[in-house]
Design a protein around this ligand. Structure first.
Ligand code: PEP
Ligand code: MG
Length: 744
């Protein structure tokens, strides 16, 4: 038997007798690895690593030798959570000499972090006299021993007090990026149950391989069942269809055999099937952590999702709490299928350490209406299952173990929200108009069929922006004509006669499809993207237009083009639509063609443009970024330039005047439309149609119902005059709104 196998086999015997005492464990490791020293350092409160057991160093150093995290090689290993393999440790800049250990004779050192659920619990180190670099299989087996130790250390009480690692019981606040706005308070559930040390090692390789194969097959069946259970046509048809788009991408990853082969290799090394899956995922995660590439990171999230499905299949359903009602799910990453599963178990919110607002999980969480916070570093290291947490996506933070009065404040805030929502429900069926009777059309921005039930929930007048690329991003590629047509048809079905403005694919810049190599551009937002690509490579656009025409199947169809910079571009796109329309039967009853106003140059072509369009919609997100030369994705600029400023309002009012003069219907569908104060100013300068995400509809409707436009218009004019040259008119506008009793 080779050394690593023999070592694991001896450890298995040791474990069979109960949690292995550390002195015996270090003795076995040093003997089998033929290392002069093997030591375990355990984390104590205050981020101190204490020598807990050693074979080879002086026995009386146990309990005495202590290093801060970051101090010495061992401390560095804990701080970086990385393996350090050093032939000449004593000459390493981080080396810290501890005379009581008697470690002078040992030249080489291999230190491996002991980690569990994202937290560092200690360090396992071996040392030898001769200056050697440890071989890969030795490093690997030591990492396996560290995995075991991660389960053994807490069971042995080797970690000081109840602190278990770092953190203690004090409340702590963690900053994050909101993925979906909202508040939730509840106990933490962790995404993955822990695997005990005993279940990590296995003797019978063939049996473990068979378990893996069986679990992989069962998981595949479960995915198939999940997909077919969510086929359109049942009562949750719209949800089902969108889930299917995401699941299709996920299935591709599940079928990828590369990583399953690696899992099989690890099983041959002596690990149980579940430990092998965990091990391969840990390795992949560590490797991928070094990549900034968002595509790779997303793919890793999908792989983790698959791995977790496998672990569940191996461990049985008992591993996951069936009822997670009211709990907040905390995960390093989360894939879409798993999120659907947890949603069915009743979670109230989601905190993910690594997630971007454009990632799959975020898109789904938004569609499911789950408050979610991403990019929350360190929470996983500090939290235990069952710990209370406040998730406040609006304030961009999470509070772990909040004090009683903080918890109370949040409970009241949640009650107030619920009461406000009950009030909104009454508003839902009332016509949308201002207090002095000016009708206002409020529409929805959506991108997934999953979101379509919000039409009925909010009572919106229709869909003012259907971002077709979102569904394609969620499924991972652009669907073929038939599948696109099915998607668009189900949107029209759900809208049941209410208008739907389909925007053609707005890909590029921040919205890249997986596998697409982003073109090398200095400024991708102003680069070869969106309609520009569509016109230069018209096949994709023509297919999409055909799908839209087919989807209409004789009904009305409204299509708008994004990022139009010249009237000539609009004409070229419209001509493609006309050409396709000649070929599709039955033809739509009526085709309306529009342009998004997002590029400032188009504002100086309005008379020509408006002669040729049936409608226009202001994409204020892009229009603002280009007008102020301020990247919309740069947080440092987020509050610097304001739509509520004289130049922005002048620009928008100019559009209103031109559209009114031309008799062309006009809407605004940027994020600003969903904010009551902005919506108030937009109504004041003459907008009568706004399109926004679902959570904005009721607050905007409530504000409008209280707004006396006739009284407000002269006030707005005077605020604009008085604030000419100022960066923002926000203060003056909100003071007036508050005094007028508007809910802004
Ligand atoms: C906009 O730019 O305002 C807009 C609505 O489009 P998107 O946010 O999808 O770019
Ligand atoms: Mg835009």
């Amino acid at each position: 038997m080779d050394t690593p196998r023999r070592l694991l086999s001896r450890l298995r015997e040791l474990m069979a007798r109960g949690p292995a005492p550390l002195p015996e464990l270090v003795r076995v490791v040093s003997a089998e690895l033929v290392a002069d020293v093997c030591s375990v350092y355990a984390m104590q409160p205050g981020e101190i690593l204490e020598l807990a057991a050693t074979q080879g160093l002086r026995p009386d150093a146990v309990g005495r030798t202590r290093l801060r995290v970051g101090e010495g090689i061992v401390g560095l290993c804990a701080a970086s959570a990385e393996v350090l393999n050093l032939p000449d440790a004593q000459n390493h800049p981080a080396f810290a000499y501890r005379p009581e250990t008697g470690e002078e004779p040992y030249a080489s050192l291999l230190a491996v972090p002991v980690r569990r659920a994202g937290r560092t619990l200690g360090v396992l180190a071996v040392q030898s006299r001769d200056p050697r670099l440890y071989a890969d299989d030795e490093v690997e087996v030591l990492e396996t021993v560290a995995m075991l130790l991660a389960e053994v250390l807490p069971a042995l009480g080797a970690l000081g007090g109840s602190a278990e690692g770092v953190g203690g019981m004090v409340p702590r606040t963690f900053a994050g990026t909101p993925l979906v706005g909202g508040i939730a308070v509840g106990p933490i559930v962790l995404r993955r149950a822990r695997l005990g040390a005993r279940r990590m090692l296995a003797e019978d390789v063939a049996a473990e391989q068979a378990r893996l194969d069986e679990a992989a097959a069962r998981m595949q069946r479960e995915i198939d069942a999940l997909v077919s259970a969510r086929l359109p046509g049942d009562e949750h048809g719209a949800d089902a269809a969108a889930s299917r788009e995401v699941l299709a991408a996920y299935r591709l990853v599940a079928a990828d055999t590369g990583w399953l082969t690696r899992v099989a290799e690890v099983i041959r090394g002596g690990l149980s099937a579940e430990a092998a899956v965990q091990r391969v995922m840990n390795d992949l995660r560590d490797r991928m952590r070094r990549f900034a590439d968002p595509y790779l990171r997303e793919r890793l999230a999908d792989l983790e999702d698959v791995a977790n499905g496998l672990l569940r299949a191996l461990e049985g359903e008992a591993a996951m709490p069936v009822d997670a009602r009211g709990a907040i799910l905390l995960a390093r990453r989360l894939g879409p299928a798993e999120l659907l599963d947890w949603h069915a178990r009743g979670i109230a919110g989601l905190i993910v350490e690594e997630a971007s607002p454009s990632g799959h999980a975020a898109i789904l969480a938004r569609a499911l209406g789950l408050p979610a916070l991403g990019g929350v570093r360190g929470l996983l290291d500090a939290a235990e299952p069952g710990d209370e947490v406040v998730l406040d996506a609006d304030e961009k933070h999470a509070i772990l173990r909040p004090l009683a009065d903080v918890r109370q404040v949040y409970r009241h805030a949640l009650e107030a929200r619920a009461a406000r929502e009950a009030g909104f429900a009454a508003l839902r069926d009332r016509p949308s108009e201002t207090a002095d009777g000016t009708p206002m059309t409020l529409m929805l921005n959506v991108g997934l069929r999953l979101e379509l039930d919000q039409l009925d929930r909010t009572g919106a007048a229709g869909i003012g922006l259907f971002r077709t690329e979102i569904a394609m991003l969620a499924r991972g590629s652009v669907a073929d004509v038939a599948e696109q047509a099915a998607i668009y048809a189900s949107v029209l079905d759900a809208a049941a006669g209410r208008p739907v403005l389909f925007r053609t694919l707005d890909l590029g810049s921040d919205k890249m499809l997986p596998g697409e190599a982003p073109p090398e551009e200095e400024n991708p937002a102003m680069g070869w993207r969106s309609l520009r690509v569509a016109l230069d490579r018209p096949i994709l656009l023509r297919r999409q237009l055909r799908a839209l025409l087919l989807a209409a199947g004789g009904r009305d169809l409204s299509v708008m083009f994004p990022m139009v910079a010249t009237v000539a571009e609009f004409r070229a796109a419209r001509d493609l639509l006309r050409a396709e329309a000649k070929r599709v039967r039955p033809a739509p009853a009526r085709i309306a063609v529009g342009a998004m106003l997002e590029v400032p140059a188009l504002l100086w072509q309005l008379p020509e443009l408006l002669r040729e369009t049936d409608f226009v919609s202001v994409g204020s997100n892009d229009l603002m970024q280009f007008a102020f030369a301020a990247d919309r994705g740069t947080p440092a600029l987020a509050a610097r330039y304001d739509l509520l400023s004289a130049p922005a309002l002048d620009m928008l009012e100019h559009i209103v005047r031109e559209a009114d003069a031309a008799g062309v219907s006009l809407s605004l569908c940027g994020e600003a439309a969903s904010r009551p104060l902005e919506a108030m100013a937009l109504a004041g300068i003459g907008f009568r149609s706004l399109s926004m995400t679902a959570p904005g509809i009721m607050p905007v409707k409530a504000m409008l119902a209280a707004l006396d436009l006739r009284a407000f218009r002269p006030v707005l004019a005077s605020i604009r005059r008085g604030g000419a040259g100022d960066a923002s008119l926000r203060e003056a506008l909100s003071t007036w709104a508050r005094e007028a009793g508007l809910p802004v």
